[in-house]
Design a protein around this ligand. Structure first.
Ligand code: ADP
Ligand code: MG
Length: 216
């Protein structure tokens, strides 16, 4: 009588939901990302997967089939979910060493793989498509570049993130801006949309087809 209601303890599930909602809100405002509840580990605090963008390119053989095989292989990676596929662009090769035009696009993933594991997976997918590792900018059946991994900065032997040449490459920034204009480059401190607007890359990049699925 007259006693205050005891403070009700939130059941665990509700506490987790609240935490998830809070994290989602802050992430959406910074990165426009989504949570992936299906990747949460049962019995532990909910996890939010990393938001990652990977550049896909091919200028040898059946370019579209190499690129689509890469999309499929990335989607099938462990603890990884495909979130977006950009339109594809056709690009004149940057160096003199490459004879044919490139087909380029960007894939958005949510993943629990760490950057190094993701790079290894990308290199394995390249190898599966028979990439002969020759000169940089030379012809290749498949090139996968880890462009952005959340706001992480990695500078290790064999792995630099963000990808060191992404900011000057139209064939990266056009498709990336199509799917992630508000993603932030953590070193340059500006959005992909801003980087794209500053492009001085003169190499011709033209839209190849606007819907990747229509190529299947
Ligand atoms: P590029 O794609 O820049 O033309 P290559 O594909 O020939 O160059 O270079 C691949 C090598 O670059 C890989 O062996 C890998 O170890 C290294 N590398 C460093 N950082 C990255 C990254 N962010 N994404 C992909 N490869 C990277
Ligand atoms: Mg590469």
């Amino acid at each position: 009588m007259g006693m205050a209601e005891p403070v009700q303890e939130w059941p665990d599930a509700r506490r987790k939901e609240a935490l998830r909602a809070e994290r989602t809100e802050s992430y959406v405002s910074t990165q426009g990302r989504l949570t992936t509840p299906q990747m949460a580990t049962h019995g532990q605090a909910p996890r939010v997967a990393a938001c990652v963008y990977i550049g896909v390119g091919s200028n040898l053989g059946d370019r579209m089939s190499h690129c689509l095989a890469a999309v499929d292989a990335l989607d099938r990676l462990d603890r990884t979910r495909l979130v977006a596929v950009s339109p594809w662009y056709e690009t004149e090769p940057v160096g003199a060493a490459a004879p044919g035009d490139f087909l380029n696009g960007v894939v958005g993933l949510e993943t629990d793989l760490e950057p190094r594991a993701l790079l290894e997976a990308c290199l394995a997918i390249e190898r599966e498509r028979g990439r002969a590792r020759a000169a940089r900018e030379g012809p290749r059946t498949l090139d996968l570049d880890l462009l952005l991994y959340d706001d992480r900065v990695v500078d290790e032997p064999g792995l630099t993130v963000p990808h060191p040449r992404m900011a000057e490459r139209a064939f990266v920034l056009l498709p990336l801006a199509d799917i992630a204009p508000r993603a932030v480059h953590p070193v340059l401190g500006c959005t992909v949309a801003v980087l794209r607007s500053r492009l001085s890359d003169r190499h011709a990049v033209r839209l190849y087809q606007s819907s990747w699925s229509s190529a299947v």
